[in-house]
Design a protein around this ligand. Sequence first.
Ligand code: ADP
Length: 318
Amino acid sequence: MSRTAEAPSTVVVVGSLNVDLVVGLDRMPNQGESVLGDTFERHAGGKGLNQAIAAARLGAEVQLLGAVGDDDSGAWLRALVRADNVDDTFVATVPGPSGTALIEVDARGLNRIIVVPGANGHVSAATVSANIRAMSGVGVVMTNGEVPLAVSRAALAAGRAIGALTMLNPAPVLDYREHLVDVDILVPNEHEAAALSGLPTQSDAEARAAAEYFYAQGIPNVVITRGARGATWASAAGIVDVDTFEVAAIDTVAAGDAFCGGLAAALANGYAFADALEWASAAGALAVTIKGASPSLPTRAAIEGLLGKGTITPPVAG
Ligand code: ADP
């Protein structure tokens, strides 16, 4: 495990903050029908929030850029990210509702989801660009598709301009072709990689070929995450199969966000890419052992436990 002696640097996350409203019910209502639900839960979510908290729980300094609405949910989301030591200075409050996901889960475990972007749709590309360009000491700028394409595009360009590593988690699948010129690290899951490349990604050989496809487009590091099968990494050093940790999976929600946050936190703190991938894999594995999104994002202590205490230096000097 090697890391440079440089001081830890900041992880900038540009992305969404959502409130997930989850109803558990016996069966879905038909058109025009009312049914009684059994359970109701409110969770914090959104890829921006999850990835920012994931990196912060590993000890990274994290700046989150995005927007919440001027409603109760906005205040609640802001308080939650602050409680996890995420700096919300550049999370704007805009008129209207916060991003909201309405999730119905029936007795068979089947779901229906409506996502209302709300404030996430009002993040300003110009403001994000100006804020990032005014920052110093940034190691990684990470973004995703849950904010307008112009915003993720501006975040990557600004990150490149200030000399940070730029990372794109291309979820949901959108047309990111104009983004790629400013991407240092592309992290799709196998479904996103298949949709974006038009190639199959099921087998090991197929995942390698898909990673090579993106690498051939000039992206220096491509990491395709493959759930319990680990990840496939393409770079100038060739193609590497990244092992996963064997855990008892309970709920796979936010595994990818934990992985991205772990990768960014480790890279911002000077780890070599292969070592940062080990941290990311441990973070992803631990996230599937606990139900929910943000509650499942692991702490540095939990990762040290999985990796074996004393055998690894944490990504942030303690
Ligand atoms: P997403 O949540 O975006 O679909 P994945 O399911 O590919 O992402 O998970 C991201 C990473 O988390 C994987 O590459 C792997 O390292 C880890 N992971 C996910 N599921 C498991 C699992 N069941 N066991 C161990 N590690 C897992």
